[in-house]
Design a protein around this ligand. Structure first.
Ligand SMILES: [Ca+2]
Length: 714
């Protein structure tokens, strides 16, 4: 795939319109990137040039045009202020440090045929830290600290507590969930002969059990795997890869976060709603004690009532109100036994509008994201009964490698090596020791939305370490805004093979971008929880100027997601502004849910799409731009050109196809209304999904009658 990338890229550059209509997925990702003036530099460099800070320089590899004279080329480079570091005549290449804001100008020079970044090349003999598929494809590897010394200084979610409501947690070895910190000591308080030693600690706090089995280990294995994706170090796999070049590693996202195991699923992976509610209650009570800022629920049950009365939804809502970011797996009810897509499979409590609902991406086992699709089994929206658009975003979850529970890991151990501390410490203090956790554990490959959710939970921990003042609503808003709309669905929508609404109930805002989410969190004011309506969250910079926000993942440029314009009170104008609602031109104010440029959510989360997709996609850009300029009216933000959207909304609402679902305003019901899942369907496929992923064929999936009280309505 990598090899065709430059060709596809150039095709898209030369003829973007044709690329949009006919090109393969690889070219699609490029087709919706920023507008181009010249085709002679990578999208990543172009993005960097446009967000350049004053005085910033970038090292690039300049491929010279065929026949270009070396001396003329050198002068051409120098005219932009570039400093030429190497001239490789045999290759027709120069390496130069170029003022970042001059990159686009340089690319227009006749002597230049192509500019590309001088990417860091890693030696395979060093510790392969942060190299797991999950870390690379989410962009986490771009921001995670490398090595235990660096990690001890923060940046890996250090100190943030993630509560896992799951089947228990039984680390396969002491290294998988070890944390590191630097400890200084000085001789008799004189400050002389001070030493700093790297010490380790256990990031897993004393677990609690609500299953009645009176055990806190993890015979089922689900909880340990979930924990591994959220916060595992992958140390054992990294040690192995250091000796065996090319071997896969299995590190998780927030490798410095603390874990609180709240066991609510028993040794068969089953729990009751009351177990889970008791667990949530415990988490709220113990929030301060463990600094629990994030709660992950990779579990769910059938939706049988509105979220407004569902006790599980009520409980997670209370946790959000208590300031905890709640991340919930969407469910694995996305297809029937014939492989047909089914809708409405979002489970409870993933159907709560307050939580962050995560679907699973099948990454095709490649780090780059052009070929990513939502896994066939990943539950689609809308939610039953309430008709809410879900999932909120999607994350890698198919065939995910992460820690295996010590209950089954053949080489599990809890050994720790004890040795003298730093040189001076070891000499002077016999009790000054450092402990090195031993990595012996194993990993397993599992699939399901269960393992997509913890990638988001880990990302939330990174965001909250970077900016502890973020509220759960802000975390959700930033996660959704920075998510990447998957190129494959952009192409389908563009070609008329999928409606905007189907896209939304399949991927939500798009695929998790851990790098961008953390960078935005970091840039937001550090007293965000004190911001009031009308305040900017970004004071000293603007959204698109945050350095690194469009940094490429696995070599592929990640464009800014301009599709989501408002989430839970955060309006995505340049400075991210808090609002009390999203004011529509018909006077209606939405104060919950999210708004996208080509449609909007009602207060209860119901998504409204305009009928005419062609018109809508024309308006998309216009309304995005208006929002970007931040016109504030009274309590909310209005879209100036939104009159058209609003009036289309009215006609959409008035042109419902059948009488018995009157009141629905969803676009293109035909695609999904006949394929809603009946929650009474057999659920035996859940276990198979964990092991087989995409290959699972569910045994029984029944369709829900449109006359059922569970059918989505508003
Ligand atoms: Ca991929």
């Amino acid at each position: 795939m990598r090899k065709i990338f430059p060709l596809a890229l150039m095709f898209a550059l030369l003829c973007p319109c044709a690329a949009v209509l006919t090109s393969p997925p690889a070219a699609q990702a490029q087709a919706h990137a920023a507008p181009r003036k010249t085709g002679k530099l990578t999208n990543a460099l172009r993005a960097r040039a446009r967000a350049a800070q004053k005085g910033e320089r970038t090292r690039v590899i300049v491929s010279l045009a065929r026949g270009a004279d070396a001396e003329t080329s050198r002068r051409s480079l120098q005219s932009t202020g570039a400093h030429v570091r190497q001239q490789l005549d045999e290759l027709g290449v120069m390496v130069a440090d170029v003022p970042t804001n001059q990159l686009e100008t340089l690319a227009t020079h006749n002597e230049v045929s192509w500019l590309s970044e001088d990417a860091e090349v890693r030696s395979l003999t060093t510790t392969p830290d942060n190299t797991s598929h999950v870390e690379v494809t989410t962009g986490a590897s771009l921001i995670l600290p490398s090595g235990n010394n660096n990690e001890a200084q923060g940046g890996a979610g250090n100190g943030v507590g993630i509560a896992l409501l799951d089947s228990g947690l039984n680390p396969p070895d002491t290294a998988e969930f070890a944390g590191y910190k630097l400890q200084s000591s000085s001789l008799l308080g004189t400050g002389l002969l001070g030493s700093t030693t790297l010490t380790s600690y256990n990031r897993v706090s004393t677990p609690v059990d609500f299953t009645g089995e009176n055990r806190t280990d993890d015979p089922y294995g689900h909880g340990t795997h979930t924990a591994g994706v959220a916060a595992g170090t992958g140390q054992s796999s990294e040690d192995y890869a250091a000796q065996h070049a090319g071997a896969p590693t299995y590190g998780g996202v927030a490798t410095g976060a603390n874990l609180v195991s709240v066991r609510v699923l028993n040794s068969q992976g089953v729990g009751t709603v009351s177990n889970v509610i008791a667990g949530i209650n415990w988490v709220i009570q113990n929030k301060s004690k463990y600094n629990i800022r994030v709660m992950n629920l990779s579990l769910g049950t059938s939706v049988t009532q509105s979220y407004k009365t569902d006790p599980l939804c009520q409980a997670v809502g209370r946790a959000v109100d208590a300031g905890i970011v709640v991340v919930v797996a969407a469910g694995n009810w996305g297809k029937d036994s014939n492989g047909n897509t089914i809708y409405g499979g979002i489970l409870s409590p993933a159907n709560s509008p307050k939580v962050i609902t995560v679907g699973a991406v099948n990454t095709q086992q490649t780090d780059w994201r052009n070929d990513d699709v939502v896994a066939s089994y990943s539950s689609r929206g809308p939610t039953l009964v309430d008709g809410i658009v879900k999932p909120d975003l999607v994350a890698p979850g198919n065939r995910t490698g992460a820690a295996e529970t010590a209950n089954t890991s053949p080489t599990a151990s809890n050994q720790t090596n004890t040795s003298g501390g730093g040189l001076i410490g070891g000499l002077l203090f016999s009790n000054s020791t450092s402990t090195t956790p031993v990595a012996t554990g194993t990993y397993q490959i599992l699939s399901g939305t269960s393992f997509a959710a913890p990638a988001v939970a880990g990302t939330a921990a990174l965001m909250l370490e970077a900016n502890p003042s973020l509220t759960p609503q802000m975390v959700k808003a930033v996660l959704m805004r920075t998510a990447e709309r998957l190129p494959i669905y952009e192409a389908l929508v563009m070609n008329g093979q999928m409606t905007s609404y189907e896209r939304l109930i399949t991927e939500g805002a798009g695929e998790l971008n851990t790098n961008a989410a953390k960078l935005v969190a970091q840039a937001i004011r550090k007293d965000a929880n004190r911001a009031v309506i009308g305040d900017y969250l970004l004071k000293s910079t603007t959204y698109s100027k945050i350095a690194g926000i469009t940094a490429p993942i696995a070599g592929q440029a990640i464009p800014l997601n301009n599709g989501v314009v408002w989430v839970e009170g955060v309006a995505f104008n340049d400075h991210l502004q808090l609002t009390s609602g999203y004011l529509l031109t018909n006077g209606q104010v939405i104060n919950d849910g999210f708004a996208v440029a080509d449609g909007y959510m009602l207060w209860d989360g119901t998504y409204v799409c305009p009928n005419g997709i062609t018109i809508a996609s024309g308006i998309t850009i216009a309304s995005g731009i208006t929002i970007a300029s931040g016109i504030t009216i009274a309590s909310g933000i209005t879209i100036a050109s939104g009159i058209t959207i609003a009036s289309t909304y009215i006609s959409a609402d008035g042109t419902l196809s059948t009488g018995n679902i009157s009141g629905l305003s969803f676009d293109n019901q035909d695609a999904w209304a006949a394929n809603m899942i009946d929650p009474a369907s057999n659920t035996t496929s859940e276990e198979q999904v964990m092991i087989q992923g995409e290959q699972v064929v569910p045994l029984n999936v029944w369709r829900l009658s449109m006359t059922s009280p569970l059918f989505p309505h508003r």
